[in-house]
Design a protein around this ligand. Sequence first.
Ligand SMILES: Nc1ncnc2c1ncn2[C@@H]1O[C@H](COP(=O)(O)OP(=O)(O)OP(=O)(O)O)[C@@H](O)[C@H]1O
Ligand SMILES: [Mg+2]
Length: 370
Amino acid sequence: MVNGELVLEGLTKTYGDHAAVDRLDLRVEAGEFFSILGPSGCGKSTTLKIVGGFVSPTSGRVFIDGNDVTCLPPNRRSVNTVFQNYALFPFLTVRQNVAFGLRRARVGKRELIRRVDEVLELVQLSTFGHRNPSELSGGQQQRVALARALVLRPDVLLLDEPLSALDAKMRRQLQVELKELHREVGTTFVYITHDQEEAMTMSDRIAVLQNGRLEQVGAPSEVYERPQTLFVTQFMGISNMLHATVLPANAGWVARIGDAEFAMAGSPPVSGTVQLSIRPERVRLGGAGSAGALSGVIVDVSYVGAATHYRVAFEAGMTLQAAVPNDGVHSVRNIGERVSVDLSPEDFRLIGEQQLAEAPANDTDVVSVG
Ligand SMILES: Nc1ncnc2c1ncn2[C@@H]1O[C@H](COP(=O)(O)OP(=O)(O)OP(=O)(O)O)[C@@H](O)[C@H]1O
Ligand SMILES: [Mg+2]
């Protein structure tokens, strides 16, 4: 049996009358690279501290491989944590830092040497064993912190924004290394980040948290392509938000946006107006004369390397963002140019009516329709 299945059941932590974690249910499969993603203060670290045994929950339970560990102290759980600020012992060498936990666990000398060698090789620091942490770069220090946690062979490794102190380049390099490391050791990784791109690049699955509550859990493509709430839609990259009028039809329903009508599949929404989202990469631009659904004018152009982002304004006061790949096939456009905008109904996501009610009136990030 592969170890490392983690289950959270109704996990809640309140401070005063504020719920830092609010009735959280999660199942992380053994061996998974699982990310917890959400904005600052949403309860990510609190969740991890509860799993690690450093904070006890107000209610709810934590299971590792089917065993209730809610009341066990940290050292009796097969879990290790890598914190954001490495927390290496400055007066010990790299080897001594890595061996520290093994010494405490009274692992024999030969076994200890073998395991420290093995893990230093794994994090590519074999030749750095005799240095002090102060003689290492940030990225190297972070790798020592990883080695120190991995050498104890936990079933579950918890990582609380371990790369956030590093510069962008080092961060990307360690993202790749961490993924490779995960494949090699096969341990369950629970990784905290507030960076949606990082979560998408690294994870098998992502849990999106807001205000201590689970918004959605799924594979990166699921969470990105089929966000179930307004919050997830907006948190997972840029989204165009459109207000549409619901019209009846023989099959499905019709969404009217400005002057254009789109035949939508599925049962019609209850309310007369709904909010739809569409990703910028699904907004296609045609020429001035081509038969697009909507006609607008380019009001802003931003070049971002692999793509160019265009903001298109329409007569009704609505704007849409389009991301067009810089592939030499799509033509480059300028501010003031009139374009037709082609949208496919299957690219629209209907934001649930309940989430609509919860959303503040002015939080549409790209679009406002009069
Ligand atoms: N010991 C504590 N006492 C009181 N409130 C706390 C305590 N620890 C955390 N909180 C509160 O609980 C909420 C969640 O905090 P937490 O550290 O889990 O957030 P986070 O998602 O990790 O944020 P960040 O991305 O900024 O690290 C915050 O509102 C925080 O102020
Ligand atoms: Mg945190």
